[in-house]
Write a protein that binds this ligand. Structure first.
Ligand code: PHE
Ligand code: CA
Ligand code: ZN
Ligand code: ZN
Ligand code: ZN
Length: 276
């Protein structure tokens, strides 16, 4: 897999920050900043040659939107998916939560296009709406799949991958998918832990509940980093992984560039390996 340039990921996050700034400070479900985020992501994918769809749903009296992007080719009976949620909470711009995952999978998707990848399995990327009201967009997506559920080989979720005081957590829901990430981090000599803070708390739950194998990465939210974790990963013990979680200060400054870089490169590795 190619190395993903973290500068490109950060440039996308600057765009999402600008979108929030221009729309009352957030990118929340039902607000103008959400739709502007959808248009931004879709525009880049269309230009790169993806087949994109906007899937609409309703919640709390407002329309929500999922962006679904398919890379033409590969066995659609074995579809590998990567997803992130594109909405923020009302309180702020949601740059780590979950601009980071949204920009990370966007740059991996663009790298797939740039390299002209011809994977054996089909590749699909998804940006879900309204995760923050209870994974509403991803549930709508999985519900609509119906019998096509069996065609999803695996779903990888990336919700918060650039936390400013980062940890390196790997979802332990499926051992095959967990191993793809664990082995990659081992080659980089970076310690990982099993992800437990997020169980059932992001879009992978919608897929897992439907019996689809899920995996993913997470750099921590409002749990506190221990002494041992600070020894392994650096950063500050006794402080949250992301002290700005769900707050107005979750801005384009609320990131650890190294974590964002490593996690995005790990996504590329997993996509290349799992789709081959
Ligand atoms: N889903 C949570 C949110 O968006 C964040 C989270 C992700 C928490 C993964 C734990 C694990 O607020
Ligand atoms: Ca990189
Ligand atoms: Zn959140
Ligand atoms: Zn989130
Ligand atoms: Zn877990």
């Amino acid at each position: 897999a190619p190395d993903i340039d973290v500068k490109a990921v950060k440039a996308d996050l600057d765009q999402l920050q600008s979108i929030a700034d221009a729309n009352g400070g957030n990118r929340a479900h039902g607000k103008a900043g959400y739709k502007a985020s959808v248009d931004f992501i879709k525009g880049k994918l269309d230009k790169a040659g993806f087949t994109t769809q906007i899937q609409e749903f309703d919640n709390n009296g407002a329309k929500g939107y999922n962006v679904i992007a398919d890379w033409p080719g590969g066995d659609e009976g074995k579809t590998v998916m990567a997803g992130a949620h594109l909405d923020s909470v009302d309180a702020g711009p949601g740059i780590n939560d979950d601009g980071s995952g949204s920009a990370g999978i966007l740059e991996v998707a663009l790298a797939v296009a740039k390299s002209g990848l011809k994977p054996a399995k089909h590749l699909r990327f998804a940006w879900f709406g309204d995760e923050e009201d209870g994974m509403v967009g991803s549930r709508a997506y999985v519900d609509k799949l119906g019998a096509d559920k069996s065609k999803i080989d695996s779903y990888l979720n990336f919700d918060m991958i650039g936390s400013p005081n980062p940890g390196y957590f790997v979802y332990d829901d499926d051992s095959r998918l967990e191993k793809v990430f664990k082995d990659w981090f081992a080659t980089k000599k970076i310690a990982t832990e099993k992800e437990t803070e997020g169980d059932g708390r992001s879009d992978h739950a919608s897929f897992k509940d439907a019996g689809i194998p899920v995996g993913g990465l997470f750099s921590g939210a409002d749990y506190i980093k221990t002494q041992q974790q600070a020894k392994n990963w650096g950063g500050e013990a006794g402080k949250a992984f992301d002290a700005c979680y769900h707050q107005s200060c979750d801005t384009s400054k609320n990131l650890d560039e190294k974590a964002l870089d490593i996690n995005t490169d790990a996504i590329a590795h997993a996509i290349w390996q799992l789709s081959s």
